[in-house]
Design a protein around this ligand. Structure first.
Ligand SMILES: Cc1cc2nc3c(=O)[nH]c(=O)nc-3n(C[C@H](O)[C@H](O)[C@H](O)COP(=O)(O)OP(=O)(O)OC[C@H]3O[C@@H](n4cnc5c(N)ncnc54)[C@H](O)[C@@H]3O)c2cc1C
Length: 387
């Protein structure tokens, strides 16, 4: 295999024997519980709810979370190893759906009370409840400071009105970590509330139909005079914007890893196909143009993965890596854009056919430059930090 040397080097630098054990157990889980069904789930547009319980039992959901909440603490490379292995199922939708807790729980973990962690984190890590993050609204996602869903204090409750859209795991979430306006306009009027789906006045749309990520449920959520107890406020009132911004580092890291793995899988599929597909009496790797295309793909994947790992190590060390993680996300997405495009090209007509892995990777990839902050928003962040 062409990549053995560099994989070993990366392994030695960032991953130790304990990470490898986690990787192996997640690989087994993916091979046993996801791979046999993934094509069917993609076509059906959902994976079964029980998969959360199974993912909890194998320890996947709790990786990186405190032990007292049912998690297994460890550095960020445990999560990266686990995310990479789940992405090996070839469905961004399964990975995104199973991973929605990783964007929903960190604000509660970082800013919530012990009681809130017991109530809203522990059962999610156990696979008994599903958590989603709800920031984006039909009127706009990039301009977080402009959000319009209101939460007006009424005694021991907030009365919530408005709507959220494009929410991953939104159809079946039992709880959402939701950004609401409790104060005046702009970033200083935003708070985070955990809203339970059983709350009167809370309703969800049908699953939204998407270009990719078919197996993940994506919903619009409506609030019609929802009475949310004040004890569900995460952190201080009107300080929610900072909780949202803190959260973006992990979300962007997760998306960079997804992009790198999307590219890695597209590359592996291309190598395998190009070695056996024949044209004009020889295999595709017999053409220099194909060999060079694959070399360019491999080079981009290696460079992007190394940079992402390096930024992750900085985040893990507690350093401010806002600029670098924004760069890593953008770079990884530009690589996965290029590599999935080239992979479809190498597959020719088969690359355009449903049922071919590269066809799904090509579709799933498209959302990565949009979710978790668009490429343009990443560039705005970077420009403010370097200019
Ligand atoms: C499949 C999927 C899953 C998602 N999951 C979630 C989720 O779980 N929770 C959640 O809260 N959200 C989720 N989102 C929403 C996602 O975060 C938003 O789509 C994203 O932030 C962009 O917001 P928007 O779609 O409203 O685009 P807009 O903000 O309307 O942007 C439209 C275009 O204008 C550009 N633009 C906007 N502002 C600027 C600027 N200042 N400078 C330059 N260009 C600019 C954007 O880059 C983009 O190209 C999901 C989206 C998708 C598609």
């Amino acid at each position: 295999m062409e990549f053995e040397f560099s994989e070993k080097a990366a392994f030695q630098q960032y991953f130790g024997a304990a990470h490898e054990m986690v990787r192996r157990s997640i690989k087994e889980f993916v091979n046993g519980e996801i791979m046999p069904h993934v094509d069917q789930w993609e076509e059906e547009g959902a994976f079964p709810r029980e998969l959360y319980k199974k993912a909890a039992e194998v320890g996947f959901l709790g990786i990186g979370y405190p032990e007292e909440l049912g998690g297994t603490p460890g550095d960020v490379f445990f999560q990266i190893a686990a995310w990479e292995e789940v992405m090996r199922c070839g469905s961004g939708g399964v990975a995104a759906g199973l991973g929605s807790l990783n964007i929903a729980l960190p604000p509660i973990l970082n800013r919530g009370t012990d009681e809130q962690k017991q109530r809203f984190v522990k059962p999610v890590l156990a696979g008994d409840r599903i958590a989603a993050l709800a920031i984006t609204e039909p009127g706009g996602g990039s301009d977080v400071a402009g959000l319009q869903t209101t939460a007006v204090r009424d005694g021991d409750y907030y009365i919530v009105n408005g709507s959220k859209t494009f929410i991953t795991s939104g159809c079946r979430a039992d709880q959402i970590t939701c950004a609401v306006r409790t104060g005046g306009p702009g970033p200083h009027g935003i708070s985070l509330l955990v809203i339970e789906s059983k709350t009167a006045g809370y309703s969800v749309s049908e699953r939204l139909k998407k270009t990719g990520w078919w197996a993940s449920d994506t919903a619009e959520i409506f609030f019609d005079n929802c009475r949310v107890p004040v004890e569900n406020l995460i952190g201080e009132e009107n300080q929610g914007f900072y909780g949202i911004m803190e959260n973006f580092q992990v979300e962007r890291l997760q998306l960079a890893v997804m992009a790198n793995m999307t590219a890695q899988l597209a590359l592996e599929e291309s190598i395998q196909y190009a070695k056996q597909r024949e044209a004009f009496g020889k295999v595709l790797t017999g053409f220099q143009v194909t060999r060079h295309k694959i070399v360019d793909m491999a080079t981009l994947v290696e460079v992007s993965r190394e940079f992402t790992y390096r930024v992750a190590a900085g985040i893990d060390a507690g350093l401010n890596r806002v600029k670098e993680i924004s760069m890593a996300k953008n770079f990884a997405c530009s690589v996965s854009d290029q590599v999935t495009y080239d992979a479809v090209q190498i597959f020719g007509g088969y690359g355009f056919m449903r049922g071919t892995v590269v066809e799904r990777l090509f579709r799933d990839n498209r959302v990565l430059t949009i979710g978790g902050g668009t490429t343009e928003i990443m560039k705005e962040i970077i420009s403010k930090l370097i200019l």
